[in-house]
Each structure stands twice: as C-alpha cells, then as structure tokens.
Design a protein around this ligand. Structure first.
Ligand code: PLP
Length: 454
C-alpha cells in the first residue's frame, strides 16, 4: 500500500499520461500500477490478478512473460544492438524479418520498410503514396480518403486520417490538409438503409466523396479491416471487395491499416485475408512484436516497388525513414514473436475460438436488457449498450455506461476498453491469442457479472 501511495504521488507530479483524463489523474493518481505479466494475466503492485482482456493495447498477441523473447533481445543487443538502414546500409535481422513478413502477407505484398509504431507506419504510407504519384507526374493526386470512426494514430497525418472526433479536435483545426472522410460500414447504427443495412450506403458514401473531390485529387483510401478503436466495427460481407473495386476503377491505392488486425488477431495472419482482398499497401505494428519492443512497418506490393524504382533515376532519393527503421533488436524480437505464433498456431487458435467467444457474447446480449449489439471476428469483439433494444436508443453520455462496465470488470479482475463516440457506448475485448476456451469462459463470466451490476 505504501508503495502504491509513493508511486502515485510521483506519477501525479512527473508523468503526463497518454490519452488520459488529465484532471482525474492529477487529482487522484493512476487507478492501477502493473508489476508483472504471465500468459494472459497481469499482476499489480498488490499482487491482484487481472485477465488482460485487451491484450494491453490490442497488441500483446503472444501473451506476457515470454523468456524466449528476452533471450533473443539480450543476444542481439550484445552482438549488434543498433545499426541503421539509411544510404544502402543493411544487416541480417532487417532482411530476415522483411522476408518473413513477405512470406505471410497476402498477394505480392513483399517489400517492407520498418518504423517504430502504427502512427509512423501510416504516416509512411501517406508519404509513400504521394511520392508515387509525384514520380508518375500526378502531384495533384495527393488526398487520403478514410472513414469516420477510423483510428490511424496521433501524428499529424495519422490524426488527419483518423475519424474519431476527440482525436481530431484535440489540437484545434486540422494541421494537415488533404484528408477526407466517408461513412463507416456501421450497420447497427445505419439509418439510411431499409429494412436492413448491408453496407451499401457506406460504399455510396465513398463514391460520393470521390465524385465530389474528383478522383484525380485522391491518392489512396485507408481502411482498417475491423475498426478497432472506433468500436470493433466489422464490415459486412463483400464490403472490402467493393472498396477494392472502387480503388481499381478510380486509380486509387488501397491501404489496409492492419495495426490491430495483423498478426493473427482475426484468425488469419492479416485481417484482409478474411475478406479475400489484397491491398496495395499494408501498415502494421502492435502484434508484430506483441508489444515486447516498439516496431511497425509499411508493406508494399512488389508491383508498386518496381514502378517506383523504374520511375526513379540513380540520384533520386526516397527521402523518408526513421532512425529506428529496421532496428536490429526490434527485428530480432519480431522474428521470435512470429516464430512463437507459428509454433503455437496462434492465428488458428483465434480462428477456432471465434465461434465459442461469439456464442458467449450473444448469450450475454440475450440475458441483458442493455446489450443491443455484438460485433466480433476472431479474438476481437465488442458489446454495445442501449437504453432500449427495439429502438436502439442510446444512453445519455453522462450515464457513462461503458465506463462503468469497464470499472466493474476491472474491480473483478478483467481489463477491457470502454469506447464512447458520438452517443454510442461500447465495451471492447481483444485478449492475447494464446487464451484457452476455459479462460474465455472466465472472461465472459466476469463480463456478464459486470454488465449485470451496471
Ligand atoms: N492504426 C490503428 C488501427 C490503431 O489501432 C493504432 C493504435 O491503436 C494506430 C494505427 C496507431 O499506432 P501507434 O499507437 O503504435 O502509433
């Protein structure tokens, strides 16, 4: 208790928390201090055990406490902790990881540039598509089309693409021009399609934006295979194929933001493989190292790479890259992480448990008067709370229903994520991929009790 008190005081004074209500933390300090992790569990300073029901920040796919990863990191730090990849320098670990990612990525997505996280990966993708169209002599084709409720990170470009109001408005008016938005395929809340939405209106919305802006001004569309931070919005069947067709028809590049959905989350290596769609560019982070060390990447098609090479002369520099693009230790950790996923068949585990997880969530919906909707695929899921199931009337935001469910679950030893956007109240789950059926049952039981309490 003394330790919590002492750290709490220092945290309030010295630590500016990311994405946190500042006043609450300043006045009351953090709600929890984590000490260690093992498998799907986290333990706080006082030894209390939690199911890490969100894989921390949708990223700890292989679970906590893997000694093999620590050994690989130690070995690599001792041998070559850091070396860069600028100006035709290279090293074995960056090449091995790029080849490995190419081997599991769909289609001809075979060429990688690494970053340190998701925002950097999306930023890289945006600059890369603009560079591509400049090389082609089409510099006016530079806008990025994304969707409302999409989350693509917090750097300037990534914030521009993000379609969640709180993130877009945080620093005032948009700081980067050229980001345009269309409707998300959020069928449960669709008011325009009758009697039932199949995503057609979201496709029409994309088409309308393209026509209004002019396809000659748009470089790319960025889509998350599942909109995670937006509430776990799973698109209806066929939606992504239509987006792909639109890109082909209007000469736009398709960027899949696989920062959450990549590396096994949806039951395949990448979320787009559940849609049978191959984008031109894929951005990754989080699960590539399961959060053991920061790493992200942008993966482009061989076709795009060859075109850029052919359009460049010997002196033309691709003037983009980070000090830590291809960090040897991060790459070695990512290789080991992917090896563990392969050996333990973690994408398959997510695929096999999808039905069981879904059934449990549907049962909670049936038994609770306030659960209006379940969204899920693989091992990512959410429940949406409503005042009235028939009318889908939302709760008043001041009731903070999702936040209260989150708090109730935390008290009971389950970590989830409360999402409140535009009068919707959602609780999200995204457990480590090595979770078992029995552990999912435990998670569901705590969730049900927490919903009932609220
Ligand atoms: N893209 C998606 C889909 C994400 O969910 C996130 C983070 O949650 C990001 C991008 C940004 O990643 P990072 O926080 O590593 O910059």
């Amino acid at each position: 208790m003394e330790r919590v008190k002492s750290y709490s005081e220092k945290d309030r004074k010295y630590h500016l928390h990311p994405t946190t209500p500042l006043k609450a933390n300043f006045e009351q300090g953090p709600t929890v201090f984590m000490e260690r992790g093992e498998g799907i569990y986290l333990y706080d300073f006082e030894g209390k055990k939690y199911i890490d029901g969100l894989a921390s920040l949708w990223n700890v796919n292989i679970g906590h406490g893997r000694k093999e990863i620590a050994e690989v990191a130690k070995e690599q730090i001792e041998k070559l902790a850091y070396s860069h990849s600028f100006n035709r320098f290279s090293h074995d670990k960056v090449v091995q990881l790029a080849e490995k990612v190419a081997s599991i990525a769909p289609g001809d997505l075979n060429v990688c540039q690494f970053t340190s996280g998701g925002s950097e990966s999306n930023e890289s993708a945006f600059k890369l598509v603009r560079h591509y169209f400049q090389l082609k002599g089409m510099p006016a084709k530079n806008k990025i089309l994304s969707r409302y409720r999409g989350y693509h990170g917090v750097s300037l470009g990534a914030t521009g693409a993000t379609g969640i109001p709180a993130f877009r408005q945080m620093a005032g008016p948009p700081m980067v021009e050229g980001f345009i938005h269309a409707k998300a395929p959020y069928c449960y809340r669709c008011e325009s399609c009758q009697p039932e939405c199949n995503g057609e209106c979201a496709i029409d919305s994309i088409l309308n934006v393209i026509r209004e802006e002019g396809p000659e001004t748009i470089a790319a569309i960025i889509v998350e295979p599942i909109q995670g931070a937006g509430g776990v919005i799973v698109p209806p069947q066929g939606y992504m194929k239509k987006v792909r067709e639109i890109c082909n028809q209007y000469g736009l590049l398709m960027i899949a933001d696989e920062v959450i959905t990549g590396f096994g989350r949806t039951g395949k290596w990448f979320g787009m493989q559940r849609e049978d769609v191959v984008p031109d560019i894929m951005t990754v982070a989080k699960g590539i190292t399961s959060g053991y060390i920061p790493l992200g990447g942008v993966v482009i098609s061989e076709k795009l790479h060859r075109e850029m090479v052919d359009l460049s002369d010997q002196s033309k520099v691709f003037a983009h890259g980070f000090t830590y693009s291809g960090h040897p230790t991060a790459c070695a950790v990512a290789m080991k992480n992917i090896e563990i996923m392969e050996e333990e068949k973690l994408p398959e585990n997510a695929y096999n448990l999808e039905g069981f997880f879904r059934e449990g969530l549907e049962a909670i919906k049936e038994s609770s008067p306030i659960v209006g909707n379940v969204m899920s695929r693989g091992l990512i899921a959410s429940l949406e709370f409503v005042q009235d199931k028939d009318s889908k009337k939302a709760f008043d935001p001041s009731a903070q229903v999702a936040q209260r469910v989150f708090e109730s679950a935390l008290k009971r030893g389950l970590i989830t994520r409360a999402i409140a956007i535009d009068h919707t109240d959602i609780i999200a789950m995204c457990p480590p991929l090595n979770i078992t059926k029995e552990q999912i049952s435990d998670l569901l039981q705590i969730l049900e009790d927490s919903v009932q309490e609220v």
